[in-house]
Ligand binder design. Structure first.
Ligand SMILES: [Zn+2]
Length: 404
């Protein structure tokens, strides 16, 4: 449980007008974030809590399909990137000089790290029965162009999952499992209804990549949705005139969205660059096929903030709110509040106790509303006397009386 009397941050009286995105203003007002510089934010405790809640949902769903969590280094060496011929070809790199004669790179993605890492553990076809690893790691991109406040982040948190397969058939089976896991993630984050599965340009390695795009009217991508089969297409792959890649229809509508995850078919490019292969049942050397599945976790947080907010407040899905209960303590009834908080914690609820002195009730109730904690409890003289407390759901105007 968290005691606000010991909490070093304060909410702001009004939302600062700093950008065209209201959610950023709300996040600044409600003690969630502070800006370090353009496109770089410091996370305060409640934003960190939302982040951890999202990570836990993602972790649970990926572990359920037998992906294993690792944490790879942020720095990687020049030799690995030269092997894949990306040292000079990727233009968004943060390159670092170290000890005068050695160059390093702050990783914008981890293929050059994960492939040599797994080299030690993959030898035979038996090792590829179930071979996928994922991580939550900060990525760096030296973006020159700042197109949108959230799109072009220079430092951001990604969940990247890499899978290794004997052949395309195995990969297709695993692809469907990951897709299913991601559907569950978006359902648990309450954005599934407005999230589209879209085809996008495949870049260097394949004809198409795949994305989930969440509908948001202010954001960066125009998605073309086929009116006949509902297949979504990123505008990168729509040549004039539109023609559906699935059913060849010419009829479409344009929907504004923000990308929340993508998948890249890496094929054999990275495995071959690092001589990662396996021996089959006949002891013959074979190529390994790799895929990469990303979720921009920090981007997803901003998408969720923007998606759920209303004219006045941030609103969180209960599954990721910074806490489930906020107990307002009036006068010296902390012991009673504690008793209640312990009971809630034994039921796996997370509790904030507003025990700040010299802060009037109205301010405490306002702060509770501002950070949007789903359940509010008031413990005061009046309620203690009668052996009950006030309980109010955040999205309801009714106060319920409950007994201890
Ligand atoms: Zn179609």
């Amino acid at each position: 449980m968290l005691f606000l009397s010991k909490f070093p941050f304060k909410t702001l009286k009004s939302a600062p007008k700093i950008s065209d995105n209201k959610s950023t203003s709300y996040l600044l007002q409600a003690w969630f974030v502070r800006q370090e510089m353009a496109w770089v934010y410091n996370y305060l405790p409640f934003w960190l809590k939302v982040l951890e809640n999202i990570k836990n949902i993602v972790r649970e769903e990926l572990t359920a399909i037998w992906a294993t969590e690792v944490l790879m280094a942020s720095l990687s060496n020049k030799e690995s990137w030269e092997k894949t011929k990306r040292w000079d070809s990727v233009d968004v790199l943060f390159k670092l000089m170290w000890a005068w004669d050695k160059e390093y790179w702050l990783n914008p993605t981890h293929e050059e790290v994960v492939t040599p890492l797994m080299w030690e553990f993959i030898n035979s076809y038996k090792d590829l029965e179930n071979m996928s690893v994922f991580q939550f790691q900060t990525k760096f991109r030296n973006e020159k162009r700042a197109k949108s406040w959230v799109l072009r982040w220079r430092e951001f948190l990604m969940k990247d999952l890499y899978s290794f397969h004997k052949n395309q058939q195995d990969l297709d089976i695993y692809f469907d499992e990951v897709k299913g896991a991601y559907e569950n993630i978006f359902k648990r984050l309450w954005i599934w209804e407005d999230t589209l599965y879209a085809f996008a340009s495949g870049g260097a390695f394949s004809k198409y990549s795949y994305e989930f795009q969440t509908k948001l009217w202010i954001w960066e991508d125009n998605i073309y949705v086929c009116l006949d089969c509902k297949q979504a297409h990123n505008d990168e792959i729509v040549e004039n005139p539109f023609k559906c890649v699935n059913c060849q229809s010419w009829k479409y509508e344009i929907v504004k969205t923000s990308e929340v995850w993508n998948i890249f078919k890496l094929g054999t490019k990275f495995s071959n660059s690092f001589d990662l292969s396996y021996t089959d049942e006949n002891n013959k050397k074979q190529e390994i096929v790799m895929w990469c599945y990303g979720i921009g976790i920090s981007r997803l947080m901003w998408v969720i903030a923007e998606y759920f907010m209303d004219e006045k407040w941030l609103i969180w899905p209960e599954s990721i709110a910074p806490a489930s209960h906020y107990i307002i303590v009036i006068w010296d009834h902390l012991d009673k509040a504690l008793e209640l908080a312990k009971k809630l914690e034994s039921e796996w609820k997370e509790v904030i106790i507003d025990d700040r002195e010299k802060i009037w009730f109205g301010q405490k109730a306002w702060d509770c509303d501002l950070i949007w904690i789903p359940n509010r409890i008031v413990v005061s003289d009046k309620t203690i006397e009668n052996w009950w407390y006030e309980f109010k759901k955040r999205n309801s105007n009714d106060t319920i009386i409950k007994s201890f």
